[in-house]
Ligand binder design. Sequence first.
Ligand code: GAR
Length: 189
Amino acid sequence: MKKILLFASGAGSNVENIIQYFKNKEDVAIAGVFSNNPEAKVLEKAQAHQVPTTVFNRAELNEGAVLQQIRKIQPDLIVLAGFLWKMPEAIVHEYPNQIINIHPALLPKYGGKGMYGMKVHQAILDNNEKETGITIHYVNEQYDEGEFILQQAVNIEDCKSPEEIAAKVHQLEHIHFPQIIEKLLITNP
Ligand code: GAR
């Protein structure tokens, strides 16, 4: 049995999609959803699917308490699905090539600190970009700089608002993210 541990800060459409994708797969379990945001909608979504949730603050993340909880779970893969804080080095070092993130743009464009969610889509609209996309990548010590696993582009010439761009990006995320997670779990025994 392979175990996935999810980290998320917000609405949780990706988390819900991943939970649903693996629901009937007997060899994969969603071990939990960890969030820095006690108000995050993702917590209700996880609980509705009987997935255990944990909320932590910045000190617990950066000073070892979260790492201790991760050790107890022993996940095969840690998945950042709309997680907006930086993963501390201690966690990154303990799980090399076992932490992945999804970014709602074609990195290295529109990445880095402060570039998340609607801010990314607004910047892309402001710059009249013709296309955007998603990047799934390994997590290292720097924001959005780990090795790429997958990029997929989408045309956005018809989009007139950041919300329209977000909808197209979410569609791509929901198709590809669970598939990549599954592939990584199978190929990294
Ligand atoms: C997703 O689009 C994800 O790519 C983005 O946050 C959104 C979360 O949506 N992540 C980042 O911006 C990370 N820098 P969701 O809560 O509905 O899954």
